[in-house]
Write a protein that binds this ligand. Structure first.
Ligand code: GUN
Length: 285
């Protein structure tokens, strides 16, 4: 049976980290060590895993990282005050508040409180607005930027192609659709209320699945020769980590496909490091 080529996010992310490592060394000559502060509120197991990965990656490239842990019952004002403090701290170039937050805290308010220049997640309305309007100098959200890097470094042409994005979240679906448009793709957005999803996804040259639903994209959803990017992070019924795409069967029709794990995930972290280094470089000027 034919098999699509694997887009190895783990490998591409490792290359990126090597590049960043030498950038960090160059900045160090000017007396600055890039610094990222991660704020983790509560005891979400998945967040614990993600944060551990981010901290480890920082260490590898020479970015100083601090983890601030706050208890589940933290009040919104306490977190906002912590952000104010980090906004003022010149040794902190990037601030990342791990989501989701406990119910009593407004994610919107917290994101808006981070100085846009330190918003290495790219979630602040100023950065999102810059991306939407094409203004320069925005931090790009890490997962969408990572997807773009994967496509580019795998020499996949984007201009003139039909990209279909499934999922309209602020973190992935919306921004990745904007980035693909910027790269001159024709973009179709699908979401939970789309009728006959397969009708749309079968037209995709590039299919991005970013819903968070195990088994959503089957072989019948994919046109032979399509490039399939799987952003999902789910558990299969057998308890294994899996994306939104039925990997084995879709691989038989796709020209390229990203695995889960080892696809988009490592790229997200690499782009977080990239944004942190950019933030530190901007602080040098
Ligand atoms: N939770 C899941 N993904 C992300 C992310 O990219 N950034 C933050 N801050 N929280 C997340």
């Amino acid at each position: 049976m034919a098999q699509g080529k694997l887009i190895d996010g783990k490998q591409i992310a490792a290359e990126l980290r090597q590049e960043l490592k030498s950038e960090v060394a160059t900045i160090a000559i000017r007396g600055v060590t890039p610094g990222l502060t991660v704020v983790l509120v509560g005891n979400n197991m998945a967040s614990e895993t993600y944060v551990r990965g981010k901290i480890r990656a920082c260490e590898e490239v020479g970015i100083r990282s601090d983890l601030i842990r706050l208890p589940e019952e933290t009040e919104e004002d306490t977190l906002l005050a912590e952000i104010d403090r980090l906004n003022q701290d010149e040794t902190v170039h990037g601030i990342l508040v791990q989501l989701p937050l406990p119910r009593q805290i407004s994610e919107e308010k917290v994101i808006a409180r981070i100085r846009p220049k330190k918003d290495v997640d790219g979630f602040h309305p100023i950065n999102m607005g810059k991306l939407a309007t094409g203004l320069k100098g925005a931090f790009l959200p890490c997962t969408p930027h990572g997807i773009l890097q994967m496509l580019k470094r795998s020499h996949i042409e984007i201009a003139g192609k039909h990209a279909v994005v499934v999922g309209r979240s602020n973190i992935v679906g919306k921004p990745v659709s904007l980035l693909l448009q910027k790269e001159n793709a024709t973009v179709t957005m699908c979401h939970s209320r789309t009728k006959d999803l397969a009708y749309f996804t079968r037209q995709a040259d590039i299919l991005v699945a970013a819903v968070g639903k195990y088994g959503l994209i089957t072989r019948d959803h994919v046109r032979p020769g399509a490039v399939v990017i799987d952003v999902g992070m789910n558990r299969s019924p057998e308890g294994k980590l899996a994306g939104d795409v039925m990997f084995e069967e879709v691989r038989e029709v796709a020209s390229h496909i990203t695995p889960v794990p080892g696809g988009v995930g490592p790229m997200t972290i690499a782009m977080l490091l990239y944004n942190t280094v950019e933030a530190a470089k901007a602080a040098l000027d």
